[in-house]
Design a binder for this molecule. Structure first.
Ligand SMILES: [Zn+2]
Length: 343
């Protein structure tokens, strides 16, 4: 049974204030070009491209860009060069890059994850890539404040590095839920829904994408910022906004942000009309609240392919797309992915 509740409208409007506080990475504005940003920051366009793993010079509004103050640190082992970020922020998706003749043999773990509330902590990661250029994907859990610690092993050699975590998420919103909403969140169907999504998070398939991630052009305005901390009732645990909300008319096409395989396509009590695409390497994208679905489980989809249509099904009261990009189950800022082959 689907119920509509008033809360998300409130969240949508409060979310607008959150955007301004996500300023640790530069957020691309209307009219920005790489040339203008580079000139303003006194760097070259090539430096900005390299720092941000950009494969072209086109930018999209709302995309996150790193500036040179956040340039990566490089550490060397025999036959291997390791490039890790010098600073990360909560909810950030990032890559640790490995170069050199022996890069493919290296293994990477994020040791700090063992002390955090995180899915698949300190998983042993084999780098992906080719031709001496490899990478592993990292994620900073929302709520994490301690430095991120990574470990790189190559044969008998082992190095660790520590990266400070910035909190750019803004103040906690205190929200009191109406009893109708509390009921929805206790819906017996919810546990089954959550278990299904957890299964999708646990998938580890080969990299399915070869082009940069891209958000379709149909919806341009972001109404609710990623990562906003929320406390739903007094003294309750803090939760976060695990995705980004894009308002749009019911029926507006919802497009895949990159190639992959559909692993969930159905309608559920909380997420409503839901499509989940597995892009490989533990990266999945989730598209909530759709009115109609255009794909089936098991179907291969390509970047820009229609997955369904915007709606307001599930835990939603206004038509919008809630988009999440998860890395090994943890929510990362979708804006870190747009326009890039890797975050
Ligand atoms: Zn949302």
């Amino acid at each position: 049974m689907l119920r509509r509740v008033a809360l998300p409208t409130l969240l949508l409007s409060l979310g607008c204030f959150a955007l301004a506080s996500l300023a640790s990475a530069y957020v691309v504005q209307k009219g920005d070009t790489l040339y203008r940003i580079a000139a303003r920051e006194s760097v070259t366009v090539d430096e900005l491209k390299r720092l941000n793993n950009l494969s072209s010079e086109s930018l999209s509004v709302g995309q996150n860009l790193k500036l040179p103050s956040e340039a990566a640190k490089v550490v060397k082992l025999s036959g291997l060069e390791v490039e890790a970020p010098s600073v990360v922020r909560q909810g950030e998706a990032f890559s640790v890059r490995l170069r050199g003749a022996r890069a493919a043999e290296a293994r990477v773990r994020f040791l700090s994850e063992t002390s955090e509330d995180v899915r698949s902590p300190a998983e042993d990661l084999a780098p992906f890539g080719a031709g001496g250029e490899y990478a592993v994907l990292g994620r900073v859990v929302l709520g994490q404040t301690k430095p991120l610690v990574y470990e790189v092993r190559l044969g008998s050699e082992r190095i660790t590095g520590s990266v400070p975590v910035k909190n750019t998420l803004g103040r906690v919103q205190n929200l009191n839920l109406p009893s109708s909403t509390t009921e929805l969140l206790q819906d017996p169907g919810r546990a089954a829904e959550d278990a299904l999504v957890e299964k999708a998070y646990a998938r580890r398939t080969p990299q399915a994408w070869t082009k940069p991630f891209a958000f379709g052009n149909a919806i341009k305005v972001i109404s609710s910022g990623f990562g906003q901390p929320r406390r739903y009732n007094k003294d309750a645990k803090i939760t976060y906004h695990y995705g980004v909300d894009f308002p749009g008319k019911v029926g507006t096409p919802v497009l895949a942000i990159n190639d992959g395989t559909v692993v969930i396509a159905g309608t559920y009590p909380v997420r409503g009309g839901l499509v989940v695409v597995d892009h490989g390497l533990g990266v999945v994208s989730l598209y909530f609240h759709q009115s109609k679905l255009a794909v089936k489980i098991g179907q291969k989809v390509t970047r820009g392919q229609k997955l369904g249509e915007i709606g307001t099904t599930g835990f939603s009261s206004g038509p919008h797309l809630h988009l999440e990009v998860r890395v090994r189950g943890e929510a990362t800022d979708p804006a870190d992915w747009f326009g890039k082959l890797l975050p």
